[in-house]
Design a protein around this ligand. Structure first.
Ligand code: ATP
Length: 448
């Protein structure tokens, strides 16, 4: 694999075509395949890819490319947009030209020549890496001038240039990953890789292979060598997200790697030195984090040389107007909608909302408002927050007045679980019996 930290997304409804592209590209980067535009929002919530291969038509019988062009606009509106290579049929060249005018990087006609596709992807990956190191996002992406955020930014500025391990604490959606990136950007490693790993999502069985790598033949499915995340992040920063969700045996293995500053890939007994700065984050309360039954104290002390606490949005309401302005403007541009204002009472109600899902929920609410608003000004109802989490939750579900609507029931269940879990997405997901990723998809779907 040329660059294991690189991420290619293939958005293509024809499974055979997607599989052929995946087989061709999988040695270059991590390759993710989606079959429909509806899956995109959840994928972007997990991270924006470096390169996207984008089909333009998805629904049966459609040939106008409108679905693909809408996806292209969404991708290009991301803060750090990916390079988009459009996949078209021969007859669709005018459509490809339209995509290029809108900002696509390149287009490839199907059926493609493997060498052409590989060259287009390699070029796009190389340009992305160059752009990233030239314009790494800094603290400017971290909005908010409340006293709490100013103190977070001051800490980032002073610890960034050091090599100290940093642990970031805060509820889901408060901006822990943005803070981690800002620490990296403020460090001497800013030009090198920032690699984020969701530790809570790593299955125990593949934990070592993912983090430390493996050699071909190390186990039944090890058909080729794999570079682990520690080695992939060498020279840069490794962001260990959701560190509090790691099982204890995995914590012991992580501790050993951090103490020795070396990793031993599976299938070899030769340790490799690793030079990474470790930044970690968790939504666990400090009481839970200091419980040795949950988290090893020796690992905690290795990770938390510097602790940055990012307060929930309800404790820094002064930041809400700037965040609303930023994200409304962002989605107005993305969806090409007119800029709208809002009257003071709407703003006051939005500022008074408890925002259990923090900035992520505010961002989703802004997207919803931009899409649904029909008057000259945004109204509170456009944000989809009415009645949500403002009134105390009923002790028992009330019998529905009208016919049962599955979507509404799901929305209520998700909102209720989130409120009971005080905005902790992992806990709410456990209560609902779904994965965090599935819950994020539902939050996006219902605009919560
Ligand atoms: N201060 C901020 N300024 C601008 N955007 C923000 C800020 N804080 C968070 N966001 C946005 O909110 C969303 C969630 O942020 P982020 O992923 O960093 O949160 P998190 O605390 O790491 O969440 P989780 O614990 O669920 O992984 C992102 O879209 C991010 O860009």
């Amino acid at each position: 694999m040329a660059d294991p930290s690189a991420h290619i997304l293939i958005l293509e409804d024809d499974a055979d075509v997607a599989c052929a592209a995946q087989l061709l590209l999988r040695r270059r980067a991590r390759v993710q395949v989606l079959s429909a535009p509806a899956q995109l929002a959840a994928a972007l919530a997990d991270g924006v890819p470096d390169v996207v291969l984008l089909d333009l038509n998805f629904s049966p019988g459609r040939t106008d490319g409108a679905e693909g062009l809408a996806v292209l606009d969404t991708l290009l509106a991301q803060a750090a947009p990916p390079a988009v290579i459009v996949l078209t049929a021969y007859a669709d060249v005018p459509l490809a030209v339209e995509a290029l005018k809108r900002g696509a990087t390149d287009f490839i006609t199907k059926p493609w020549n493997n060498a052409h596709l590989a060259a287009a992807v390699d070029g796009a990956l190389a340009r992305r890496t160059a752009t990233r190191s030239a314009a790494a996002p800094g603290m400017s992406s971290l909005l908010g001038d409340s006293a709490a955020m100013c103190s977070v930014k001051a800490t980032i500025a002073s610890v960034g240039p050091t090599e100290a391990n940093v642990m970031i604490l805060g509820e889901n959606g408060v901006g822990k990953e943005l803070v981690a990136r800002a620490v990296h950007d403020a460090s001497r490693r800013a030009g090198a890789t920032f690699l984020a790993v969701d530790m809570g999502a790593l299955p125990e069985s593949t934990f070592e292979s993912e983090l430390f790598g493996h050699r071909k033949g190390a186990f039944t499915d090890a058909r080729s060598d794999r570079t682990g995340r520690f080695v992939a992040a060498c020279g840069g920063s490794l962001f260990l997200d959701e560190i509090g969700n790691m099982p204890l045996p995995a914590q012991a293995k992580l501790l050993a790697a951090l103490e020795r500053r070396e990793v031993t890939p599976l299938g070899t007994d030769r340790p490799e030195p690793v030079d990474v700065r470790v930044i970690s984050a968790t939504n666990l309360s400090e009481a839970r984090l200091f419980d040795p039954g949950v988290f090893r104290p020796d690992l905690l002390f290795r990770l938390n040389t510097i602790v940055i606490r990012v307060p929930p949005l309800r404790e820094r309401r002064e930041d809400i107007p700037a965040l609303l302005r930023h994200y409304l403007h962002h989605y107005e541009r993305q969806y090409q909608r007119p800029a709208r204002g809002m009257i003071d009472t709407t703003l006051a109600r939005l500022c008074a909302h408890p925002w259990p899902g923090n900035v992520r929920a505010l961002r989703h609410a802004c997207e919803r408002a931009v899409i649904l608003a029909s008057c000259d000004e945004y109204g509170y109802d456009d944000f989809g927050l009415s009645g949500q989490l403002e009134a105390p939750m009923p002790a028992a579900p009330c019998p529905p007045a009208g016919p049962l609507k599955l979507g509404e029931l799901e929305r209520d269940a998700v909102a209720s679980a989130l409120a009971q879990a005080c905005g902790n997405v992992s806990q709410a997901a456990r209560m609902l019996g779904v994965s965090r990723a599935a819950l994020y998809r539902k939050l996006g779907k219902h605009g919560i």
